[in-house]
Design a protein around this ligand. Structure first.
Ligand SMILES: [Zn+2]
Ligand SMILES: [Zn+2]
Length: 147
């Protein structure tokens, strides 16, 4: 009788995502170790809204499945903040940080709900004046009555 291997096959977590127009697809082969809502002024500009929602993982986790050639990147001079996006549709995409230490993955670029919830608001002192911190606004399932 052959002894069965006791250690189960190593399965690395895998998450997929892509851009709005479908040109770019990617895979993340690692678990996420943090999830920030970043309120810095640069993230307000790159996202067009109150904050970025970025998951963090290791530097070698990102693999492009298609469309790597249409991914553009902008590194903000003087700050360790970058923005990667599809040149066709502008959707936010993952990138490796300037330091090379981490991969930053915009939560909305993933196909499924991220496996961990947001843990912190960062750059809170730069938050937009209009940002309402809390679920106090009325909700609509589409554009709403005025849409
Ligand atoms: Zn696109
Ligand atoms: Zn930011």
């Amino acid at each position: 009788m052959t002894k069965a291997k006791t250690s189960p096959a190593k399965t690395r977590p895998s998450f997929t995502g892509g851009c709005l127009c479908g040109s770019v697809r990617f895979e993340i082969n690692a678990s996420f170790d943090d999830f920030h809502l970043c309120h810095c002024q640069q993230c307000q500009q790159t996202t067009g809204t109150a904050h970025a929602a970025n998951l963090m993982t290791g530097p070698t986790a990102l693999r492009w499945l298609q469309g790597e050639d249409v991914v553009r990147r902008y590194d903000v001079p003087g700050r360790t903040i970058s923005n990667a996006f599809c040149q066709s549709c502008g959707a936010a995409l993952p990138f490796v940080s300037v330091s090379g230490a981490r991969t930053i993955v915009p939560a909305g670029s993933l196909d499924k709900t991220p496996p961990i919830p947001p843990r912190r608001h960062i750059f809170w002192n730069e938050r937009a004046d209009w940002y309402a911190n809390g679920d106090t606004l009325p909700t609509d399932h589409n554009f709403g009555a005025d849409g």
